[in-house]
Each structure stands twice: as C-alpha cells, then as structure tokens.
Design a protein around this ligand. Structure first.
Ligand SMILES: [Zn+2]
Length: 366
C-alpha cells in the first residue's frame, strides 16, 4: 500500500500537468470535491505547474512535494534560474531540498531579506488569544537562547511536563510585559585569527617570524578580559585548515571544554545534512568513537544534535544511517556507506565558522 502511494507521487510533473488540465475542465471546487484534495493543495499544484511547465523535461522524475518546494523558492529568483533550482534538488530528501534551494537562491538570486515585521492574527482564537509571529536572525536567537536558558532550566526543573517551547513562551511574556527589566546583552566573543602558521604564541603575545607583534593586552583593554577565547588558525602543509593555538582571554587556565568549543566554532551547526540545530544546542560527537581509541581532541569532535548523534553509525562496519567523517577541506559530512561520497550540510553556517573563515582569508590573501 505505502509503496504504491510513494510510487504514485514520484512522477511529480505528470501529476501537476493532470491537475492543471482537470482544473481547466472542471474548475477548482469541482476537482476538490471529486478528488478529496483540499483547494489550497490544488491551487499550489496549479501555481507550480504554471511556473515549472517551461522546464518540464528537467523536472521529470522529481517527486511532487519537492516540485512544490521548488515552485515556492522559484519566486525568489529570476525565471531563467529555475533550471538551476531543479538541478539542486535532484535526488535529495525533502529536508535537504529546502537547504539546497535556500543556498541556490542565495547564490543566484541574492534576495534581500524583507524588512522585519510582526504579524498579528486578525481574529483571536477559541481561547481569546492572537497569534503573533516575527523573525529573528540566528545571532539574535542565540542571544535569546543564552539569556532565557537559566529561567528555562529552572522552570523545567520545577515542572517536568513543561516543554522547551512552553517555558520559552513564559519567558518571552515576562520580558515583554514586565515593566522594568535589568540586564545587558552578554557576549562570549571568540577572536578568530587566521594567520601564517609560522606565527607563534610566546609568553602571551603573538610574535611573527618577521618581527610583527600583537599584544593580547590590546584585546584585554577592549574590555574583553574574562569573556572568551582567541583562536589561531592556519593551513597545514596539505592546505587543510587547522587550529594552531587557542588562548583564553582570561586569567584562568584553559578549561577542559576548550576542544568542544573549537569543534562547535568550526561549523556552528549540526554536521548532519538537512539539520538546522545550531552548535550551541548540539553535543560534541566523537568522529572516531572513544571505545575505538578516538581522542577528545577538537579534530575528532564535531557538533551533532542529540537525534543525529544517536543516529550516527559509531561502528563503521555496521551500516545503518551512515556516519560523520571529515571530507573535503576537513569539513565534517555524512557518508552513507564506506566509500560513498561525503554529503555536507547546506546550511551556510557550515562555512561561517573558523574553518570557512580561514579558507576565505587565504583565498583573499593569495
Ligand atoms: Zn542534527
């Protein structure tokens, strides 16, 4: 039964064509009544058909749900770029398709994000509440998460049935509705220093072979004392980005969490393709399992969310979901079976951490 259902959805373009033809013959309401499909679905099918019909040949073989996604994203690019979008989603899962489309639309279309606006529902719901929606950037949400975490932890410790979202709801309302709120935003900066590998840290100052000198005191004077870390990265002899040194911008000794921090800052996002959990919500996953001799060193760690950490095949010979390994340029990615190509997260955070910045720096410098 399920196999038939899945097979029936595979020839997506043929379904869209059929739907458009039937709407012309019968009209939307009649087709909805006859087929049992909601009118909103039928409208989405017709819109997708109109947009993708000129590229029907390229769309052949792509499932209907992914064609609908392409149609939605194609509004953000010039029509002559639609073939590139179709190419981007061929053979990928639904959750990955959206990442690929976002990346392709950003690369080709360069859409500017719309000005932020708060959406307020026109009517209250059954309980007299209105739905209010707005967008936060990743950085803004990271700040919200950091500030709300102590409250959320305490609330959930008191009431175990409380979900994260429910606790966040309580926190948000307090922030918005309580008259006086103390508290400044807190940051934990990391200074990324992609530099020549001949640089060495010497007695707390950064000295170069040609005599240039960077005094961390300058950094401390900028009131960064006790706040974060300085991370020196460089390409090794094989041209792969590496961490050369990490120095805490504080007076305490390096914490044991340093390697986890380096791993989190490397990719900033769960390394599993199609996942959007930011590194702060992830666990430090051992690429080579500890029981197989894997070390707790940054190059053997990568952020994975709890779900994907659980899915990773820790025993390489026992193939089930695939496992995270280091591939091109040292980036962590998913290998389905031994020998298969490595697939990477298409979330652009992946290349926004120190590894991507180091490559950018070298590409510009040389
Ligand atoms: Zn994940």
């Amino acid at each position: 039964m399920f196999a038939e259902f899945a097979a029936a959805h595979a020839p997506g373009m043929a379904i869209l064509e059929d739907c458009a033809r039937l709407v012309r013959q019968l009209g939307e309401p009649e087709l909805a009544a006859q087929s049992g499909l909601p009118e909103t679905t039928i409208r989405a099918f017709v819109a997708a058909h109109k947009q993708l019909q000129p590229f029907a040949e390229l769309a052949t073989g792509i499932p209907v749900d992914i064609l609908i996604l392409v149609s939605r994203w194609s509004k953000k690019v010039q029509p002559d770029l639609i073939p590139a979008l179709l190419e981007a989603v061929r053979g990928v899962s639904h959750s990955e398709a959206e990442d690929h489309l976002r990346a392709a639309a950003r690369e080709f279309g360069k859409p500017r994000p719309p000005r932020g606006t708060v959406g307020v529902a026109k009517r209250p719901d059954f309980w007299g509440r209105r739905r209010v929606t707005f967008h936060l950037t990743d950085a803004e949400f990271a700040q919200v998460r950091a500030e709300s975490q102590p409250f959320i932890d305490a609330a959930r410790a008191k009431d175990e049935s409380l979900t994260y979202g429910q606790a966040l709801d309580v926190w948000f309302k307090r922030q918005l509705l309580s008259p006086a709120r103390a508290g400044k935003p807190t940051y934990k900066p990391v200074l990324l220093l992609p530099v020549d590998s001949s640089l060495i840290w010497d007695r707390g100052s950064l000295v170069t072979a040609d005599g240039a000198r960077v005094n961390p005191q300058e950094l401390l004077d900028a009131q960064l004392d006790d706040t974060g870390w300085a991370l020196q990265t460089a390409l090794d002899a094989d041209g792969v980005a590496q961490v050369v040194t990490v120095a805490a911008i504080q007076n305490t000794r390096f914490s044991s969490g340093v390697h986890r921090m380096i791993a989190a800052l490397e990719t900033l996002v769960c390394a599993w393709p199609g996942c959007h959990h930011v590194a702060a919500e992830c666990q430090a996953h051992h690429i080579e399992a500890v029981r197989n001799g894997g070390m707790t060193a940054w190059d053997n760690l990568t952020p994975l969310c709890a779900v994907h950490n659980g899915m990773n095949d820790d025993i390489p010979e026992r193939v089930k979901n695939g496992r995270i390994i280091r591939g091109n340029g040292g980036y962590p990615g998913l290998q389905r079976r031994p020998g298969d190509p490595v697939r990477y997260s298409a979330n652009d955070l992946l290349t926004s951490g120190w590894r991507g910045l180091t490559y950018d720096h070298y590409a510009r410098a040389h």
